[in-house]
Unconditional design. Structure first.
Length: 130
């Protein structure tokens, strides 16, 4: 299997959900990798206003089929903008950057970095289906 071809177009979903505490954000996105491998995904989210940063990671066992990763990123520090003294994230726009590495055991056979814009919504907001 050509792991690079499987990672092409890897991205975060465009909407992220804010936990009711305001200290965590749920980031999700699609991936596919060879059955028996593991995907290690890490993410750093930065608020567009306020500059607060949240980080998280996950390890997913690959099935060989289309899958969705889930990362619950936790606020690490406040930014420098208005309201930065609060350690709580706010609904609104932000940017998320991620790294995925695919491998088995201690061997990594593919990796990719990417960034994208996301819209953060409160946890109880219903989203319209496309």
């Amino acid at each position: 299997m050509d792991a690079c071809a499987e990672l092409a177009g890897f991205n975060f979903d465009q909407v992220a959900r804010l936990h009711r505490s305001g200290r965590r954000i749920r980031l999700t996105g699609p991936f596919r990798c060879e059955e028996g491998s593991y995907a290690h995904v890490s993410a750093t989210f930065t608020e567009a206003v306020g500059g607060r940063i949240a980080e998280g990671k996950t390890r997913e066992k690959c099935t060989g089929e289309d899958q969705t990763f889930v990362i619950d990123a936790v606020v690490q520090r406040a930014g420098s903008g208005d309201g930065a003294r609060s350690s709580k994230l706010q609904p609104g726009k932000g940017r998320v950057c991620g790294v995925i590495s695919i491998g088995t055991g201690s061997t990594t056979y593919d990796a990719q970095q990417w960034c994208g814009d996301v819209l953060v919504v409160e946890h109880d907001v219903e989203l319209e289906q496309d």
